[in-house]
Design a binder for this molecule. Structure first.
Ligand code: G3P
Length: 228
């Protein structure tokens, strides 16, 4: 499978879940690739940094960094260099996830550096206002995720549909080329369908897949929701 991103996109953030690190992260990526091959739906994975090389070796699935820093080569001990992620084979990066939140000016600097490294940028925002503030920086995608719904199983697309449609409207008012994703509490195909009908072009999902009894069945359910 070529490492390209297409929409509607299922982007799975593995965070630091024990169910999705090391060998299990590779297995999850292989499962995602299998479902991609069966359905044609693009499934990308954002694993822990250390798990990126084995996933890229084992699969052709698009891989995202969970975070990069807006630094260059040189005296930046402990930072994550965008070019290093690109060279490792990542196609993109999350920026300012609500569990790794950045100030607005750092978001802009990180988008700029990620662009230089040719990484697709998915910026996470918690409100419509934040989405409107980030849109002028022209990232590839903005993911709206109300933090209070993360990991709850209560989907943003149903609990707060106005935040999804409002984000789509406001972001596109600034720049219609930016893809809007949504996340938080997505656990089933119906949640994904609801997100798409609100104008989102993909989902950012974690626990619903990582903690599923059968990640294969869960990936399949989400991928098939696009056809619904
Ligand atoms: O990055 C995805 C995310 O924060 C949503 O988490 O567990 O609610 O799908 P979850």
């Amino acid at each position: 499978m070529p490492s390209i991103i297409s929409y509607p996109l299922i982007l799975v953030n593995l965070k630091t879940y024990s169910e999705a690190m090391g060998k299990k992260a590779v297995e999850l990526a292989e499962t995602a690739e299998k479902v991609h091959n069966e359905t044609g739906v693009c499934i990308a994975i954002a694993p822990q940094t250390v798990d990126i090389p084995p996933i890229i070796k084992a699969t052709g699935i698009p891989v995202f960094a969970q975070h990069v820093d807006p630094v260059g080569h040189g005296k930046y001990t402990g930072h994550i260099l965008p070019e290093a992620m690109a060279e490792a084979g990542c196609v993109g990066t999350l920026i300012s996830h609500s569990e790794r939140r950045l100030e607005l000016e750092t978001i802009k600097a990180t988008i700029d550096r990620a662009k230089e490294a040719e990484l697709t940028q998915v910026v996470c925002v918690d409100t419509i206002t934040r989405g409107r503030q980030v849109a002028p920086f022209s990232p590839d995608a903005i993911a709206i995720e109300p933090p209070e719904l993360i990991g709850t199983g209560t989907p943003v697309s149903k609990a707060k549909p106005e935040i999804v449609s409002g984000s789509v409207e406001e972001v596109h008012r600034v720049n219609p080329k930016i893809k809007v994703l949504c996340g938080a509490g997505i656990t089933c195909g119906e949640d994904f369908t609801a997100a798409l009908s609100l104008g989102a072009e993909g989902i950012l999902v974690a626990s619903g897949v990582v903690k599923a009894e059968s990640p294969y069945e869960k990936f399949l359910e989400l991928a098939n929701a696009i056809k619904a």
